[in-house]
Design a protein around this ligand. Structure first.
Ligand code: SF4
Length: 456
């Protein structure tokens, strides 16, 4: 089994919201613990809860229609009617299609699910009808009926109930994680961009939180768990530049002392001033979702990113003292093997600290023109869930994976790169920590260069 990199963030938020209302809650992360349906059903029967909420999608995790069907088919006979619901941070279209494609699923909470979950639990507890519940899709006489969620204040959402899971069970890759435990924090949800391959686009649109609310969460994490390190898990940090600048200005005075943080962004959403402000506020690492340096591939993937921003942004981030990770997709529509080759060549010239390479994985109803699916739905070999997509210019899955292996070899097994990293470790002042990280990261890069799974 592949060890999940991401803790069940939305599940922890939903649990905290329910607990805040006085409901007793537990989280069973079967994705981590077991893939056995019999064990899951047995757990539910043994604990006999008043309400069972099954996650449809969480950060980088999603259940297929087939899995949902099997899961609900097995759970319905053992859970009283009206007490079995699905939930996920889904937009209306995806929520409706999920209900249509999994007929055994009785009902679904969508949108920002913690709000619907609290209302649902309160109504069930007080014996009220659940008809008309905002942010839900329920079975009607003929077809599923959707009740819109309406405007929300995300600042009312609680700090995730991280005490209900063991956060150390989840591990980012070494290039994204310093030696200490890292807590994910959502300063906003969703992303305003429409990149075709990204799971974020089937989620509700971008919604922000106030700087006050995020600082309060950081302080609570520090006071409750002694948190020293967080990952701002927003798909794109800096969607609103003014927000980011205010956050960076206030964090050193009003946040936990010495907090270290990392984030993800786009090279066209940052500039030298902002990157320096981030570094001054404790940011140590930034992942840029670049995907390709081939303008045709970026355009065909609806990733409106000017490749000319990539080199300057990487240089500016490094000049500000940040570690830079470049994330690249191999096999975007419109790309070619030669285009991938040029992307890797240019990326090496830009010299980010680390790079990660993914093949494109999408759902079966999302296939764009100019390509086809070349694998089953699988997350055990390719890092994420979905079918592997191959553009017309590629022979198939094996060629994509060979290019991916080659990309890892070309990037990481350069004598100049290795020498540079050793020099940085020595100068870092925390040689032991950085050595441990480099050894773990080196093994991971070697595994990926050899075409093996990220983790056993
Ligand atoms: S900008 Fe990044 S997070 Fe946003 S849709 Fe594109 S790939 Fe996804």
């Amino acid at each position: 089994m592949v060890r999940p990199r991401h803790a069940p963030h939305y599940s922890a938020i939903v649990a905290a919201a329910l607990r805040q209302e006085g409901h007793g809650v537990s989280i069973a992360d079967h994705h981590l613990q077991t893939h056995s349906l019999a064990v899951i059903v047995d757990d539910v029967v043994r604990s006999a809860p008043d309400l069972v909420l099954v996650m449809h999608s969480d950060y980088n995790r999603e259940l297929t229609a087939e899995l949902l069907e099997r899961l609900f088919g097995a759970l319905r006979p053992v859970v009283p009617e009206g007490r079995l619901w699905c939930y996920g941070r889904l937009d209306e279209k995806t929520a409706l299609s999920a209900m249509e494609s999994a007929p055994s699923m009785p009902a679904l909470l969508f949108g920002e699910p913690e709000f619907g979950a609290v209302e649902l639990a309160n109504r069930l507890q007080s014996g009220q009808d659940v008809a008309g519940l905002a942010g839900s899709v329920q079975r009607g006489e003929e077809r599923p009926e959707l009740i819109a969620q309406g405007p929300l204040n995300l600042d009312a959402s609680p700090v995730p109930a991280w005490d209900l899971i063991d956060i150390t069970d989840y591990g980012f890759s070494p290039h994204q994680q310093p030696s200490d435990v890292v807590y994910p924090v959502l300063a906003s949800r969703g992303c305003p961009f429409p990149c075709f391959y990204c799971e974020v686009r089937s989620r509700p649109s971008w919604i922000g939180r106030s700087v006050d609310a995020v600082l309060a969460e950081l302080n609570t994490l520090h006071q409750t768990y002694g948190t020293k390190s967080v990952f701002i898990a927003d798909p794109t940090f800096g969607v609103q530049r003014e927000w980011a600048m205010e956050f960076c200005r206030r964090l050193p005075q009003e946040g936990p002392p010495g907090l270290r943080w990392s984030c993800m962004s786009r090279t066209d959403r940052v500039d030298q001033e902002m990157l320096q402000a981030m570094s001054d506020a404790g940011c140590w690492n930034i992942l840029f979702g670049i995907e390709s340096l081939n303008p045709k591939a970026l355009a065909a993937a609806s990733k409106a990113l000017d490749p000319k921003t990539v080199g300057p942004a990487i240089a500016a981030a490094k000049a500000a003292g940040l570690e830079v990770i470049a994330s690249i997709m191999i096999g975007l529509p419109g790309d070619t093997p030669a285009g991938v080759d040029r992307t890797i060549e240019k990326l090496i010239e830009f010299d980010p600290d680390f790079a990660q390479f993914f093949v494109v994985q999408i759902g079966e109803h999302e296939v764009p023109d100019g390509g086809r699916l070349v694998s089953d739905w699988d997350g055990s070999r390719y890092d994420f869930w979905g079918h592997v997509f191959a553009p017309d210019a590629f022979e198939g899955k094996e060629q994509l994976l060979a290019l991916r292996r080659s990309a890892y070899r070309r990037f990481y097994l350069r004598p100049r790169y290795i020498k540079g990293r050793v020099g940085k470790m020595v100068r870092s002042g925390e040689f032991g920590t950085q050595l441990r990280r480099a050894v773990q990261g080196g093994f991971l890069a070697l595994r990926l260069a050899a075409g093996q799974r990220p983790s056993a």
